[in-house]
Design a protein around this ligand. Structure first.
Ligand SMILES: Nc1ncnc2c1ncn2[C@@H]1O[C@H](COP(=O)(O)OP(=O)(O)OP(=O)(O)O)[C@@H](O)[C@H]1O
Ligand SMILES: [Mg+2]
Length: 461
């Protein structure tokens, strides 16, 4: 996507020259002949950079600057000033302009300043994005597995990635990799230079969801002390990931549909529509069609979202992936915990493939992590695969023969002993401080001698 620049100057031959100079190097440029016209454009469209003349008829450049920053506090504005108006240049910087250019500048200077300012803008956005993703980041989006089913998924992701405007619906049981796939679609598409902003529809209170999506104007309600942007605005050029979409409030669904269809939205309390370019990826572990039938999800929105559909198969339907994936997770754990585990015993492999994996890949990953920590030798044995796998219902038991278990019973079935947890926690802590026992004891808030006793008790070297 081209970066968008707005040039505001009342001298038409000048704006024309600047515009040509910047378009030539690949920017999308718009011009405005007055402050009023500029503000109107800024309300309706998103620009990455504005060149603003300080001397304008009627509303002068400084006033326009103030108003523009009210519309978008993050806007990058470069003032264009005439010789002898250094004072107003300084004033503009105090108001919040990014930079200024003395009139009489040549085209080379204009390009350099545009490039530098846009780089700054991009950095600012990246920082925002990093903060957002801090909780959970995928350094890369490697999707493991070579079963026919997962291969089909990977091929589909590649196809979907190439159509960057199409909405995508990802469905699958919990832990099958829906979020991972969403990142892959984004990262493998032309939108990767811009952000993907995840938003979990079930984690955000209904009352806040609308402002989360669309933002609000200053004064839109009593608490709205300043303008706030929503994800539709922040994700401009990129992707919005709507996780657990089935939880979206029915009252909000038509507004979301409209925003997707028109690629425009209005901040709460706003008076004009803002155009954006975003792709929507939605995910759910429920069957969304069932929600439509139940009447909790709008049919029109459902069809709008599922233009491209990716269905993730549960792990028990791709048994051939289990052992290779387990081995890949072992390699990753070896690096993380500085271990040298080389393989999995036959008995342990048998346990892994006959288990039915209700928590899918996430559960496999956790089981392998725990085993890697518990395993002090080179081979993961049956005993390292927590008890849950030993007594768990096997895949070969037809579901109707299983007796109903209450959640409490189910929990006790999955239970790990307190000692196991303590042991794992101690090993993890030790690993995190490279085996420094004093540090580990401090972190665990126990004395060094207690730590020594526990290491002996658990046979930790
Ligand atoms: N094919 C895969 N290759 C590698 N890792 C995977 C794969 N599938 C899932 N994972 C890992 O399993 C974990 C769970 O995946 P993810 O969070 O994407 O699942 P989800 O479908 O969104 O689950 P939920 O419905 O509970 O939100 C993550 O750590 C993810 O990296
Ligand atoms: Mg998820």
């Amino acid at each position: 996507m081209k970066e968008r620049i707005l040039i505001v100057d009342d001298e038409e031959d000048l704006t024309l020259g600047y515009s040509k100079c910047l378009s030539k190097v690949g920017y999308e440029v718009k011009t405005a002949g007055s402050g009023e016209e500029a503000l109107e454009l800024l309300r309706e469209e998103i620009f990455d950079l504005v060149f603003l003349d300080i001397r304008l008829p009627k509303m002068d450049g400084l006033q326009v600057l103030k108003k523009a920053l009210e519309i978008d506090p993050d806007l990058i504005v470069v003032m264009m000033t005439a010789h002898g108006s250094v004072q107003s240049a300084v004033e503009s910087m105090q108001i919040g302009a990014h930079h200024y250019l003395m009139k009489g500048f040549d085209h080379e200077e204009l390009r350099v300043v545009a490039k530098k300012s846009l780089q700054y803008n991009k950095l600012k956005r990246e920082v925002y994005q990093l903060k957002l993703q801090d909780r959970r980041r995928y350094p890369d989006t490697a999707i493991f597995g070579s079963s026919a089913k997962i291969k089909k998924v990977k091929d589909l992701i590649k196809v979907v990635a190439k159509t960057p405007k199409t909405s995508v619906l990802i469905q699958g049981e919990s832990g099958t990799g829906k979020e991972l796939v969403a990142w892959a679609v984004h990262n493998w598409s032309s939108r990767r230079e811009n952000s993907m902003i995840p938003i979990n529809c079930s984690a955000i209170p209904e009352a806040l969801m609308e402002s989360e999506l669309f933002g609000f104007e200053k004064g839109a309600f009593t608490d709205a002390k300043a303008m706030k942007k929503g994800v539709f605005e922040m994700a401009h050029g990129g992707t919005i990931f709507l996780d657990e979409i089935s939880s979206m409030n029915p009252a909000l669904q038509p507004k979301l549909l409209r925003a997707i269809e028109t690629q425009s939205f209005r901040r709460i309390g706003g008076i004009s529509d803002i155009k954006v370019d975003v792709r929507i990826i939605a995910a759910t572990n429920r069957n969304l069609l069932d929600c439509v039938k139940e009447g909790t999800f709008r049919e029109d929105l459902y069809y709008r979202l599922k233009v491209m559909e990716i269905n993730l198969p549960p792990l028990k339907e791709r048994i051939e992936d289990i052992i290779p994936m387990a081995k890949l997770f072992i390699d990753l754990n070896n690096k993380e915990f500085s271990k040298e585990i080389k393989g999995i015993s036959d008995e342990a492999q048998q346990m892994l493939v006959s288990y039915n994996w209700p928590g899918n890949v996430r559960e496999l990953k956790n089981v392998i992590e725990r085993a890697s920590i518990l395993c002090l030798g080179e081979i993961i044995e049956a005993e390292h695969l927590a008890v849950e796998l030993e007594d768990a219902p096997r895949r070969d038991v037809p579901p109707e023969q299983k007796t109903e278990v209450s959640p409490a019973e189910e929990e006790s079935e999955n239970a790990v002993s307190l000692q196991d947890i303590e042991k794992i926690h101690i090993i993890k802590t030790l690993n995190s401080v490279n085996g420094n026992k004093s540090k580990a004891a401090r972190m665990l808030e126990i004395s060094r001698s207690t730590l020594r006793e526990k290491l002996k008790q658990y046979g930790i070297a």
